[in-house]
Design a protein around this ligand. Structure first.
Ligand SMILES: *Cc1c(COP(=O)(O)O)cnc(C)c1O
Length: 399
């Protein structure tokens, strides 16, 4: 008889954004004259950089002529883009090689797909709260999930401790949703832990482009030894506004070697190559060509201008909580501001309170894990005038 993968039935309904939309729609229907400002979205709003668009047009033209037309490309991505990724890492002081780089259709797919390579009995350590994809993809595969508490006490950057058992460890820094980021010293502790215990770090660097503090690494490979114990995921989604264009990169260092149950040394890079060449046919040429232009000197400058705009929004939002003495995280090195709900309010109650009294929409922390119950996320991806107005309303409401 046909059997289902019943792990899917154990998944919690992903109701967070649906529930937010539902509550906002109800409010708008009942209050058509009120202007609602949305600072809940985790999506960018600025268009693609000029350099990216120009290259994309060129690549479309390449597809029009037999001499420059491209069919199937290499599953790992075109060398012209892998090379640019290597250069980009070099700028951040991390040395990787082209062979370590796999071009992907984004970090979300690969953070989920990577679970293919590892056995079912691993202990998978996931921070709470965090980006829900890590938990859900491991649930789908029936993995043995353990949570580590990220909270106000540890600054939302939980650390390894004596007696911790974990084979696969997810780290997202700067973090979604908390905006918290690990320092070099903290990441070194994680790398040392992984090397000592034979664990694997899965490092999500999706927000590295927001980092301004030199104490915070952009890549796990800035830490010595990381190439022997870490895989890194990144994408152009937040760096360059590629959320709808789809292009990312996953770094699986050739130095990452794991012993099989029969004692053989196995290259994880070779396994991932095998996985990708079997299950993936690469990112569209047009997108990769545009991505390569995005990672040129000029492209990066244009990306930085957009990021600076979002970061200014983040500062405007953060200053409101700073002035009120409300505990918050993020706001710098991140597009997210994660603050403690006033008067011990639960995050969904605060959501309603903010919507009804200030017409501002944010994201309740409870949607990211139990440690988010009393926290709330605002994002800096909106436009400047709306951000300023939303902050003024919040300021007034909480005074
Ligand atoms: C936005 C985001 C990503 C990027 O996902 P893409 O699939 O590349 O768009 C990855 N990780 C986290 C934590 C994110 O918030």
């Amino acid at each position: 008889m046909l059997q289902l993968n019943e792990n899917y039935m154990k998944l919690k309904q992903s109701y967070l954004f649906a529930e937010i939309a539902h509550r906002v729609n109800d409010y708008v229907a009942a209050n058509p004259d009120k202007k609602v400002i949305r600072l809940g979205i985790g999506d960018v709003t600025k268009p693609l950089p000029q350099k990216t668009i120009e290259a994309m047009h060129q690549a479309v033209s390449h597809m029009a002529y037999a001499e420059t037309f491209k069919g199937y490309g290499p599953e790992q991505g075109y060398d012209f883009l892998r090379e640019r990724v290597v250069e980009y890492y070099k700028k951040n002081g991390a040395s990787i090689t082209m062979k370590d780089v796999f071009i992907s259709d984004g970090a979300k797919s690969d953070t989920g797909n990577i679970t293919d390579l590892f056995g079912p009995d691993n202990i998978v350590l996931i921070p709470d709260p965090v980006y829900p994809v890590y938990m859900d993809t491991n649930m789908m595969n029936g993995r043995n999930i353990k949570f580590m508490d990220a909270n106000k006490e540890n600054g939302f950057t939980p650390m390894p401790y004596e007696g911790l058992e974990a084979d696969i460890i997810y780290i997202c820094s700067p973090n979604n949703p908390t905006g918290a980021a690990y320092t070099r010293e903290q990441l070194k502790e994680w790398v040392d832990f992984a090397l000592k215990n034979g664990s694997l770090l899965l490092f999500d660097a999706a927000y590295e482009c927001f980092i301004e503090d030199p104490a915070i690494p952009h890549s796990i490979y800035e830490i010595e030894g990381a190439k022997k114990c870490a895989i890194e995921f990144c994408s152009l989604s937040k760096t360059a506004g590629f959320t709808g264009t789809r292009c990312g990169y996953t770094i699986v260092p050739t130095e990452l070697v794991v012993k099989s149950s029969t004692g053989e040394d196995v290259s994880v890079n070779a396994m991932w190559t095998r996985r990708q060449t079997t299950k993936f046919n690469g990112v569209p040429y047009i997108v990769q060509y545009a991505a390569a232009a995005t990672l040129s000197e000029e492209g990066i400058e244009q990306c930085k201008a957009n990021i600076a705009y979002y970061k200014e929004n983040a500062k405007i939002i953060a200053s409101c909580f700073e002035n009120k003495g409300i505990t918050y995280f993020g706001g710098s090195n991140s597009p997210y501001i994660w603050f403690e709900c006033p008067n011990n309010m639960e995050s969904w109650d605060f959501f309603d309170y903010l919507l009804q009294n200030a017409q501002v929409v944010g994201t309740p922390g409870a949607g990211f894990g139990k440690n988010g119950n009393n926290f709330f996320r605002l994002t800096a991806f909106g436009d400047r005038d709306n951000t300023i107005e939303a902050v003024a309303r919040i300021d007034k409401l909480l005074s």
